[in-house]
Design a protein around this ligand. Sequence first.
Ligand SMILES: [Zn+2]
Length: 498
Amino acid sequence: MTTVPATRYETVIGLEVHVQLQTERKMFCGCSAGYADAPPNTHVCPVCMALPGVLPVINRRAVELTVLTALALNCEIPSYSKFDRKNYPYPDLLKGYQISQYDLPLSRDGWLEIQLEGEEPRRIGITRVHLEEDTARLAHRTDGSGETYSLIDMNRAGVPLMEIVGEPDLRSAEEAREYLVKLRQILRYTGVSKVNLEEGNFRCDANISLRPAGLDELGSKVEVKNMNSFRAVYDALRFEVDRQTHDLDAGNRIPQETRGWVETEGRTVSQRSKEEAHDYRYFPEPDLPPLTFQADFVERLRGQLPELPDARRRRFEEEYALPRYEANLLTESRARADFYEAAVAPARGHDHGTFVKHAKQVANWMLGDFARLLNASAMDIADAKVAPADLYAMIALVEGGTITGKVAKSVFDEMFRTGQAPDAVVEELGLEQMRGSDEITAVVDQVISANPKPVADYQGGKQEALKFLVGQAMKETRGRADPASLTEILKARLEAKA
Ligand SMILES: [Zn+2]
């Protein structure tokens, strides 16, 4: 298969994302929604088991979290919405229908801004954010004789599920990936979901079609399912672009169908064609009242929105005079941004120049040694033992000359490991910077008498020998001496002895 220049066809992608909400209870009953480690069929009741004669009750928190998300995605919140029954026969749906929202969703007409490296920002339309219930889980097994059978676990049935439907505004697999990264970031900032693809609380389906460049009419839509990571979404879409390009070039028609991504083979396979598509026969859910929102309900939720990633990044660039790249990294998660601001806070008493300098130093430490240690221990910053004020205090020790920049690295390692304050670490390990030349001179003399050969070499004109002697002396001081003054003293002593 050959890849042709993308300019001949335009790629059109729309994503549908399902997100499990972080509520204590299920969508329409009192069962616990936290089923991750629970034995099968232990978080169930007559309502989510779909026994006859039961009545669902709307989970208010789930509605609030959905509206909160919709507001974060710049959606309009109509004052009136309702739930509908989406009918389809499948073993993971004991009721024979899913309670969802059809023509009057909780929100509509929003947007999400994405920006690829080196390109202008683009707004991707959000068609709607609505609320529904999750289905049960099926486990397919094979017994000893090779006979296949399926088990059903109802724990997931009825867990609040939010669906975010995007407009077909995305033009490449790269944009689709960026959209998902951005969406996940916003959902984490607002705290509405854990947003973990591996755990299945964030799922994505994609619609993709190609059309000759310049045409407005959409090509046949192919829906791709079964993608369990951002990488899988990206790979599946790249595969589809190539596959559809190849077929169109060969003069073939692209059938409208649903395809599944087969991770192990790196390709999509046809699952069902349009002819087999379900007619969901939606109708209003007769057991639930429609929802009517007062304006103050929506405004109260708007007031609960945190400062969102883009706004925070822009403020970081301005307030802390950080380059965009660093501001981006520091605001990647709310916890990291919060840590940064708490660590910089004590510098606010200084004049602007000093404040900006300290803000930069804190950024350097957070994106350098701190990030490295967090990575190495696969730890989130929210779980780190280092207190923000202690990071600042350590930087102040370097600034005040109590410790050298070199020693600061070991001090921070120890702070990271134990959670101790920097002055305690410095005292305990005796890492205070050597003050005055006497102490350094003593070390230098010791090194000179222990290394007669390099000393002779240096005196004979070999400059590299000096580097070796400086290294030996620095090692002797455990980095506690300022390298420049140590070198100066060493040279002076060597001259004197020559
Ligand atoms: Zn239940």
